[in-house]
Ligand binder design. Structure first.
Ligand code: C2E
Ligand code: MG
Ligand code: MG
Ligand code: MG
Length: 281
């Protein structure tokens, strides 16, 4: 009896594994095609000053509308791109596009670009960034690179070296999704991050639990002592907005102001004085 159970389990395992492999191959093919056929697009989400409703920059977020499968979430396809070795090519496209787009905005507006660990560690990366800035004629101080703590998992020292090198050119470095995953406060004392982005899971919890408020408070205090800019991510409600402001966050990003929007739409925000009414309308 036990024996046949065991075989059944293995058979299921094989089937599941085969499905996974098929799915990955499928996705890999689709991702290559997407690159070749220009199916990717960048949307931009406003990052707003906490003091007055004024846009200070935008985060570039990749979008993929597959001709038959429809829209795919980056949370789903970026990890696949990392696994199959396509993240460098996709990341290069994102950087070039974002720098070229940002150059069309008023000069006080910056652009934030997400960078995967493997992309950061590839030897071509620093040149690629320089190239994207030069081609877009964008000043380095208008580019911010967002990395997560996962950069420290493989080659932490290597990653720090590259980040410092980029920073010396005037590019800002943000630590994204802070509070999720491998959080270690030890990374903060390397004092290399210009910005810390508090993950939306904390923002959400802080709206509900007193303990979470205390954690955010501690994060803000620590980050402030390292002179980092603090951005609250995923702020959705007026209560969350008030709380994050009261806790001393400098910047707000979230649906309360705007979802990510196509590039052309971003210009509407510069036409009106009051960002909040521009965003709300
Ligand atoms: P992220 O860098 O933390 O980006 C923020 C995510 O939160 C975005 O999801 C954004 O649309 C979403 N968001 C913003 N405000 C709110 C809110 O108020 N409520 C909720 N529920 N969500 C909000 P998105 O665009 O689906 O991207 C997911 C993740 O995929 C990103 O998380 C980032 O890790 C990755 N990603 C996106 N674009 C790129 C890219 O060009 N390169 C790389 N390497 N990763 C990317
Ligand atoms: Mg990000
Ligand atoms: Mg984030
Ligand atoms: Mg993320």
């Amino acid at each position: 009896h036990a024996k046949s159970d065991g075989r059944g389990i293995y058979r299921h395992f094989d089937l599941d594994l085969q499905k996974k492999i098929d799915h990955r191959l499928d996705m890999e093919r689709a991702l290559r095609e997407a690159l070749a056929e220009d199916q990717f697009e960048l949307h931009y989400q406003p990052i707003v000053s906490a003091q007055k409703p004024q846009v200070v920059g935008f985060e570039a977020l990749i979008r993929w509308d597959h001709p038959t499968r429809g829209r795919m979430s980056p949370a789903e396809f970026i990890p696949v791109a990392e696994e199959v070795g396509l993240i460098a090519d996709i990341g290069a496209w994102v950087l070039r596009r974002a720098c070229a787009d940002a150059a069309a905005w008023p000069s006080h507006i910056s652009v934030s670009v997400n960078v995967s660990p493997l992309q950061l560690l590839s030897s071509a990366f620093p040149n690629l960034v320089g190239d994207a800035l030069a081609k877009g004629r964008l000043s380095p101080n208008r580019l911010e690179l967002e990395v997560t703590e996962s950069i420290f998992l493989t080659d932490g020292d290597g990653a720090l070296k590259i980040l410092k090198q980029l920073q010396m050119q005037g590019i800002r470095i943000a630590l994204d999704d802070f509070g999720t995953g491998y959080s270690s406060l030890g990374y903060l004392n390397k004092a290399i991050f210009n910005k810390l982005k508090i993950d939306r899971s904390f923002v959400r919890e802080a709206g509900i639990k007193k303990e979470a408020v205390l954690i955010v408070q501690a994060i803000v205090a620590l980050a402030s002592s390292f002179n980092m800019t603090i951005t609250a991510e995923g702020v959705e409600t007026a209560d969350e907005l008030k709380l994050m402001r009261d806790l001393g966050c400098h910047q707000i990003q979230g649906y309360i102001y705007s979802k990510p929007m196509p590039f052309q739409k971003t210009f509407e925000l510069f036409e009106k004085k009051d960002t909040r009414s521009a965003i709300a309308s």
